[in-house]
Design a protein around this ligand. Sequence first.
Ligand SMILES: NC(=O)C1=CN([C@@H]2O[C@H](COP(=O)(O)OP(=O)(O)OC[C@H]3O[C@@H](n4cnc5c(N)ncnc54)[C@H](O)[C@@H]3O)[C@@H](O)[C@H]2O)[C@@H](O)CC1
Ligand SMILES: Nc1ncnc2c1ncn2[C@@H]1O[C@H](COP(=O)(O)OP(=O)(O)O)[C@@H](O)[C@H]1O
Ligand SMILES: [K+]
Length: 494
Amino acid sequence: MHKDIDTLIVTPEDMGRIDRAAALDLSSYGLMERAGQAVAAAALRRFPGALRFAVLCGPGNNGGDGYVAARALQEAGAAVAVHALGETAALTGDAASAFACFSGSVAPLSAYVPAAGDVVIDALFGAGLSRDVPQAVADIIEAVCRKAALPVLAVDLPSGVDGRTGQVRGAAFEASATVTFMCRKPGHLLLPGRSLAGDLEVFDIGIPARLLARHADHMRVNVPAIWRLALPEQEGAIHKYGRGHLAVFSGPATATGAARLSAAAGLRAGAGLVTLLSPREALSVNAAHLTAAMLKPVDGDDDLSALLDDARLQTFVLGPGFGDGARARGHVRLLAEGGRRLVLDADGISAFRDDPAALFALFSGESPRLVLTPHDGEFARLFPDLAQDGALSKIDRARKAAARSNGILILKGADTVIAAPDGRVLVNGNAPPWLATAGSGDVLAGIVGAHLAQGMPAFEAAASAVWRHGEAGRIAGEGLTAEDLPDAIPPWPE
Ligand SMILES: NC(=O)C1=CN([C@@H]2O[C@H](COP(=O)(O)OP(=O)(O)OC[C@H]3O[C@@H](n4cnc5c(N)ncnc54)[C@H](O)[C@@H]3O)[C@@H](O)[C@H]2O)[C@@H](O)CC1
Ligand SMILES: Nc1ncnc2c1ncn2[C@@H]1O[C@H](COP(=O)(O)OP(=O)(O)O)[C@@H](O)[C@H]1O
Ligand SMILES: [K+]
């Protein structure tokens, strides 16, 4: 597929618009025919041992794809049982045409009895799911997935998964694989949709790339092609200051490890110099554990102000293990007023829970130089209204938070979303589950800081850091601890 549209993420609403635009130039039934044929081909390829394909067809075009697939499977000599939700006489448009071309018998959905050897083709609802699935569908999902544990191939989306949010509407199939068309939808990438979709195939049914690009909304999968052009130059003889100087605030003597993880990651991720800014009472414990990173005492705003006279210090990480909220707020104010770039993580985020607007005001009005790295709990402290709004997807939440804060949001989790105030959004997909370990977030903050220190724009710095963090997790492998991660940070991709 065209490599530029390969990474696009399109909401069901935008996809509907694209389908309608495509139908002006192309036969919309032709699109459905190719979609259904692709589903049948995937079914035969993935399930050569199937005794029977049970094709469950819904009332819209998703059901239409199902009738095309059923016909193609029958023509290929496979045993097929087709069951419809609702009256087939009520089908309209392309779905009615697809039904008319299918010559086999169609039984009601309620008559389907899952049998061993069946492979279920789920063509009940796709992009058009607009409310919770009816009870009859919830019952079938229970019978197929829980009681009979049959393999399911989903058409476009597992029925019950909301394509815009990835949330389950009432109940949803758990598919072993899903065949979708042209582009991924948010529901394929955001949890729980991502795990319910199983192995995802994106099939090109022939909608022109220009239509996709015109109607898509700056949402993409986080891949190196997106930020490669913003990578720092790697010249052989570059001076260490040329590769940027990152400063990381340490917590008190009892909580210094988190900041050292950020510092170690910052060095590995390419910052030329990393300085740990430590309370005096924690200097000796920090010194005992540091080799390549430098150490400077900072106890309060006066120390920090003096340090900010050094114009080479432009980039800071504040939050990992930091503790003291009042001190954090004072430091953040000085850094903002000094025009510095800041990665605000963990305790640094929580420090502004009583007055998030004060934080946003400090970084308003110019190109973003604040990167916020909350997990869901920290996000809710800064953006309680967005966290509580059940209608918003994780993408919507990150995007609105970025706009409000004029910062880059890294909303963490297995489906980390990176968003910029200008509306660009990336969904990350390379993080292995074992990256969820204590201290892993501190490493991420250090990588973001290193990228900023090397002069990358904030959005690209954040996105590439999330990607490299995911790769480090894969390289370090299952059973990793956060201490293994810095050494596993890979070089920049070719
Ligand atoms: N040109 C196109 O439009 C193409 C569309 N394709 C297929 O078309 C699908 C989208 O088709 P539609 O927009 O018709 O949507 P769907 O077929 O996903 O569902 C819409 C139908 O289901 C009903 N419905 C929605 N939620 C319901 C619920 N909870 N309980 C009961 N009924 C509910 C709606 O009233 C409507 O009749 C895609 O997912 C894809 O499979 C493909 O054929 C490729 C081309
Ligand atoms: N199930 C998961 N799969 C992959 N990555 C995950 C998963 N859960 C969390 N992560 C990632 O692990 C890191 C955890 O960071 P965080 O929540 O701040 O923990 P900590 O404070 O312990 O470092 C984040 O980068 C997050 O995106
Ligand atoms: K479906």
